[in-house]
Design a protein. Structure first.
Length: 70
């Protein structure tokens, strides 16, 4: 006797992994943006603008910040 496999139950695990990945991605992006804000403020740069740039562009904005900073 074989047990019936519910394909939607298998998708539930996949959806959970995707949700966890997205949450981790947003937390890391937020932490990077906060670090850029604090570092820009410490270097007397326009911290709010850099915060927005990094929040909008993500890793590319962080790389640009690292190249441009004093």
């Amino acid at each position: 006797m074989t047990l019936p496999v519910d394909p939607f139950a298998l998708l539930g695990g996949l959806y959970l992994m995707i949700i966890v990945f997205v949450i981790i991605w947003f937390v890391v992006a937020l932490l990077i943006a906060i670090w850029v804000y604090k570092d820009a403020k410490k270097r007397d740069m326009n911290a709010a603008v850099w915060l927005l740039i990094v929040l909008v562009t993500g890793c590319i904005g962080c790389i640009i910040y690292l190249v441009v900073r004093d």
